[in-house]
Design a protein. Structure first.
Length: 87
C-alpha cells in the first residue's frame, strides 16, 4: 500500500509508516474534507474511515485511515489508484 501511495497520490498528501496495527493514516491537503470525499469514494467502490472522529480535541477533517490487513492486494492496488484520482 505504501508503494502505491508513492505511485498514485498527488503532491501534498502524506502518510505514516505503521510499525504495527491494521491501518495507515493519510493526511490530505487542508482544503479536502474526508467526510465529503467518502461520499465520492463510495461511488467508486472505495471505502475508508474519515479521521476526524478520532481526535479528542480539534478534529482534523483532512485525515483518513485505510485498512491494509483485510483487503486483498489486487483490491488495494485498485482502491489506492481510484482514491488518488479522486484526491
Amino acid at each position: 500500500m505504501l508503494a502505491l501511495f508513492e505511485q498514485h497520490m498527488p503532491a501534498g498528501v502524506e502518510w505514516n509508516r505503521p510499525e504495527g496495527g491494521m491501518f495507515v493514516w493519510v493526511k490530505l491537503p487542508k482544503h479536502i474534507d474526508t467526510m465529503k470525499l467518502l461520499e465520492q469514494s463510495i461511488e467508486q467502490h472505495v471505502a475508508f474511515v474519515p479521521g476526524g472522529p478520532f481526535f479528542a480535541n480539534e478534529a482534523e477533517h483532512n485525515m483518513l485511515r485505510l485498512s491494509f490487513v483485510t483487503v486483498p492486494p489486487a483490491k488495494i492496488d485498485e482502491g489506492v489508484a481510484k482514491l488518488g484520482a479522486l484526491v
